[in-house]
Design a protein. Sequence first.
Length: 335
Amino acid sequence: MVTRIQSPRTKRLRHKRKRRNRFTWTAIVLCGILLYGVASFTGSLSDTEPELSSGRTVQVYNMDTEQLMTLDLEQYLTGVVAAEMPASFSEEALKAQAVAARTFTVSRMEHPSPNVTALDSRAQLSTSPETCQAWISVEEQERRWGKQYKAYHRKIVQAVAETAGEVLRYDGALIEPLYHASCGGGRTEDAAEVWGNARPYLVSVECNHPADPHTGQKVTMTLQDMTQRLGVTGAVPAGSFGDFMQLVASTASNRVKTLRVGGQEFSGAALRSALGLKSSLISWTVSGDKITFTTNGYGHGVGLCQYGANYYAEQGDSYAQILARYYPGTQLSKE
């Protein structure tokens, strides 16, 4: 073993080299961290939502401003999906909604409703959910969603972009893609039971989604108020309400098909509309001069059930599988 004897000057030089080497490695590490941070920041800036441009425009009458809007078809759909389905829902459910909304839109672009052209002869759709589809602007989305706006908006744009141009057809023709918030769990409704117009793809299908915010909703009113809303004349007989109001027939999904009140018959749809009920999947109890209706679900129950779509998306179904469930026999295709 050889022992090296170092002079004081040599020791000082070696010490300086060690300090310089430690500084160099520290600088390298700090530069690496800085570069990683810049890269991450740049990545977040580039993580923008996809641009939507179909090359087709749609003429939409805005019910709030009473003005006609000219919008790109795909950009219009983001406002529809934002208005029609909770943005918190799963991506596959939002995609299914986007396809249904696009199918409805393209159909109305080809054949506008007289209810819409009465507002403006150039209009193809309106923002009225009663006659067309609901729609909200970007500003309204930001107001509703607050801090969640950016994430929710990007999520919806992505759903529209990933289904760009896709519509539903049956035997080559665009379908009537009816949808509703919640069927109440169990089964959706057959279009023929509600409106008398049968569609092979708008039939009752199994939908076993769990309870949602529209389960067990109660509406209480006086018996007199109920008869007035229904246009039934005459007083309600004391102690014999069971004869005065009778369920005549139920649908296959257990909704009210026909109800007799004071000798007059009402469809489930007419009853729901006149009494302001969320659904025709109802039961009722009478106490004194008051009646309480308990409803399950929200809407007519025909076609795609939005809460059901979200449930099946959470179970792993794709948007194509969800659409095939609620619109049996239809095919996904490009416009």
